[in-house]
Design a protein around this ligand. Structure first.
Ligand SMILES: Cc1cc2nc3c(=O)[nH]c(=O)nc-3n(C[C@H](O)[C@H](O)[C@H](O)COP(=O)(O)OP(=O)(O)OC[C@H]3O[C@@H](n4cnc5c(N)ncnc54)[C@H](O)[C@@H]3O)c2cc1C
Length: 400
């Protein structure tokens, strides 16, 4: 097949183009071939390049436009539990490292959690008691001051200072550019059609590699349907909106509310979480019905990214009720105590979800590793997951 530059190559600067050219000169064999240029694919490329491996990333779109650029950019280390917490702690260090190397702004303002009911406060207090070095409880005055706005009925707050934040639509392409600068090769606009041990055929070319990592997010079933079915991987769709900040508020940390306390395992595993769930079932069942996580982050230009709802299916219906955006906007009206919220942009995001656990890491055949985050925390954990996948599925088999 003839070598071909996709139009997407134009998105890369000259330094990147030099790396792209390199693949045309050699035998199209690399140590590691990564399919997917979302955060999970890029995290694998980052770790592999740092370990001295030659790496090629193949992405079907002209640039990554999946979950990794549609999210809050919230690196929510503190509220994780178990393996997710381990990966999140690793990932936090990597974000700080790559941020400083690549000039990607990584905000270190943490997360602010607002408690507006006694049940929410009880979850926060129980969580804080077990993590007193990572959580600072706040009076209503302190919480309002950190939030930058007064919210009706505020009882207390908590600051999680270790959490980070990036602006994903800028950070993810900036990470790809940095990887190109350190020698990672990219082929955008090539859909991987066939992936087998050490071999990938795309819509434009064929490649061989010592190892392949499939980092295609929720599309893992397009390549390994049995694996996806056995592990119960579905698609989860989220609704997101971008609004003008009411009264021009500036809120440095990411902001969580009561629903977030049911969403992240660190909070949700407290005993008090059961009471909060019962309370919400009574007081605002719609939030539970649509698995709402009412949270926001602020973009560098001041707009707020607000969300979100969660709906799960293997094949998602294309039809969506406008009432869901109304629901989100109504609850944000209440949070901000604002008369009017001006919506600037709306979008949907999809990520992989599974009841079986937060990660799908598998070796469906020799020479291929599958790496998918199945719980909507890929920005938080991706770098940690990638390091583990490389160790276990890519490097260990070659050592044996
Ligand atoms: C709305 C929303 C909000 C979120 N908020 C947060 C948050 O604040 N914090 C957090 O930690 N996580 C958050 N998440 C989750 C996080 O965004 C995901 O876990 C993460 O982005 C998944 O990364 P990924 O690389 O696996 O997937 P993606 O970003 O979807 O990337 C997969 C890539 O693979 C490519 N691809 C697929 N098939 C092929 C093929 N055959 N050939 C070539 N390329 C292919 C796709 O084009 C895509 O670019 C959120 C997710 C959404 C949707």
């Amino acid at each position: 097949m003839s070598p071909h530059h996709s139009p997407a190559d134009r998105h890369l600067d000259r330094a990147d183009a030099a790396h792209l050219d390199a693949i045309e000169d050699d035998s199209r064999h690399v140590d590691l071939l990564v399919v997917g240029a979302g955060i999970i694919g890029l995290a694998h490329a980052w770790h592999a390049a740092r370990r001295g491996m030659s790496v090629l990333v193949i992405e079907r779109d002209e640039r990554a436009v999946g979950a990794s650029i549609r999210n809050f950019g919230h690196i929510c280390t503190t509220a994780q539990a178990g393996l997710a917490r381990e990966y999140a702690l690793d990932a936090r260090e990597e974000w700080l490292r790559v941020g400083s190397e690549a000039g990607i702004p990584v905000r270190t303002d943490g997360t602010l959690v607002l408690a507006r009911t006694a049940a929410e406060l009880a979850v926060l207090e129980e969580f804080a008691a077990g993590r007193d070095d990572e959580v600072r409880m706040l009076t209503p005055g302190e919480a309002a001051s950190l939030a930058g706005f007064e919210t009706p009925g505020l009882l207390a707050g908590a600051h999680l200072p270790n959490d980070l934040r990036v602006d994903s639509p800028d950070a993810v392409p900036a990470l790809a550019r940095h990887l190109a600068d350190i020698g990672v090769q990219f082929r955008f606009g090539e859909n991987a059609l066939e992936v087998t041990g050490g071999f990938v055929r795309t819509t434009r070319a064929e490649y061989t590699a010592d190892s392949v990592v499939l980092a295609v997010g929720h599309d893992v079933d397009r390549h390994y349907p049995d694996l996806a079915e056995q592990t119960g991987v579905q698609r989860c769709r989220l609704r997101m909106l971008e609004i003008d900040a009411p009264d021009g508020i500036r809120t440095a940390p990411g902001v969580f509310t009561g629903t977030s306390l049911l969403r992240y395992d660190g909070f949700a595993s407290t005993e008090a979480a059961a009471r909060l769930r019962a309370e919400l079932t009574e007081s605002d069942p719609e939030l539970l019905e649509h698995t709402v996580n009412l949270m926001f982050t602020q973009r560098p230009d001041g707009r707020l990214v607000i969300g979100d709802t969660h709906h799960y299916a293997t094949t998602l219906t294309p039809f969506e009720d406008e009432e869901l955006d109304d629901l989100l906007l109504d609850r944000f009206h209440r949070l901000f105590g604002a008369e009017h919220l001006r919506v600037r942009r709306r979008w949907r995001g999809v990520y992989a979800a599974a009841q079986s656990g937060p990660f799908l890491m598998a070796n469906p055949e020799p020479g291929v590793a599958v790496a998918t985050v199945t719980s909507g925390i890929g920005m938080t954990t991706g770098f940690g997951l990638a390091s583990a996948v490389l160790d276990e599925f890519v490097l260990a088999p070659h050592r044996a």
